[in-house]
Write a protein of this length. Structure first.
Length: 331
């Protein structure tokens, strides 16, 4: 046991694989007694045996508060009061936004966001007893949303906002750190239910260079800092990852231009509210003014809209013609 962590206890959710399992190993190597929480009891039992040093496996589901309460009681009784909580449990069920994915949306919200909130609420008294740490595992998706990851991103944006509020509320007794990894080689894509998205994401993750052990090393570093120092947020990506990847096919530039031009012909035409200069749609969702009661469309505004539509159509045609000329030349 290292001198910096005598008799310290860390609780890791989602400890059966990936970042959770790697973090448990890293913290055990630093002398922590680790409480492994996950639904797959066989996996965490094997891992607890591997770690030794009083580590325990507890079957728990972060979406079931009763199971988390029972886990907290067992942690207090066996390894001892929790000093660190790593909220790692999460699912990434990506895909296009439609009704077929509605169960995935609910699961992500319940696990990724509400699960972390519930687990923290249950363990908070232990963490306050003598000063503790909360580390919330978010994602690059908590900063940048992309087509195909909307609800997943929403859960991570939620984690980010909640973490910052919690940090301000609990300081200086409990330190709160947000960790936002980019693409990491884990089994997250295995649970995606949308077949086409799963295939694409799997190919991306198969090339991942950052490992769960890399992230675990950072978590261990955060916890090793003296109490006078709080690391509030860490964003990490593979060196070659510029931003969150595009997950669902989107229209080409030319298609987008055509769509924009077409939409201008079907817009609710905007009309100036009498006397104010404020622009309202013909059926205003804010004021409820029906279209039949609206004032006539100002000629200048109608002309501007028609001019903009024409410019977009011309630009789309020019881009298509340019591409056609390039194809002809290259052939």
């Amino acid at each position: 046991m290292t001198s910096s962590t005598p008799d310290k206890v860390a609780v890791v959710t989602g400890a059966s694989s990936g970042i959770g399992a790697a973090t448990a190993r890293a913290l055990a190597a630093d002398g922590y007694r680790v409480a492994l929480l996950a639904r797959r009891l066989d996996r965490i039992t094997t891992l607890a045996d591997e770690l030794g040093n009083g580590s325990i496996a507890i079957e728990a589901d972060v979406t079931d508060r009763d199971s988390i309460v029972a886990a907290a009681d067992r942690v207090r009784q066996e390894p001892g009061t929790a000093d660190a909580l790593i909220n790692n449990a999460g699912v990434m069920l990506l895909g296009p936004f439609d009704s077929d994915q509605r169960e995935d949306y609910r699961q992500m919200i319940e696990v990724n966001l509400l699960g972390a909130i519930t687990t923290t609420e249950v363990f908070l008294d232990q963490l306050k007893d003598g000063g503790g740490d909360i580390i919330n595992i978010s994602s690059v998706a908590g900063r940048t949303a992309r087509s195909g990851n909307g609800v997943y991103a929403a859960t991570k944006w939620g984690i980010n906002g909640w973490s910052e509020s919690l940090r301000q509320e609990l300081l200086p007794d409990v330190r709160v750190t947000l960790v936002e990894p980019g693409v990491v080689a884990t089994e997250l894509p295995n649970h995606i239910t949308h077949a086409d998205t799963k295939q694409g994401v799997r190919q991306l993750y198969d090339k991942a260079e950052v490992t769960a052990e890399d992230v675990a090393e950072i978590i261990a570093f955060i916890l090793s800092r003296p109490r006078r120092l709080a690391i509030n947020e860490i964003l990490l990506r593979p060196a070659g990852q510029r931003d969150a990847p595009q997950l669902v096919d989107r229209p080409s530039d030319e298609q987008s231009l055509q769509l924009q031009a077409g939409r201008l012909t079907s817009l609710n035409i905007f009309e100036f509210a009498a006397g104010g200069g404020t622009v309202h749609p013909s059926a205003c969702p804010a004021c409820g003014q029906p279209a039949d009661d609206a004032d006539p469309i100002p000629a200048a505004l109608r002309s501007s809209l028609e001019h903009l539509r024409g410019q977009l159509e011309n630009l789309a045609e020019a881009r298509l013609s340019q591409r056609g000329a390039l194809v002809t030349r290259d052939s």
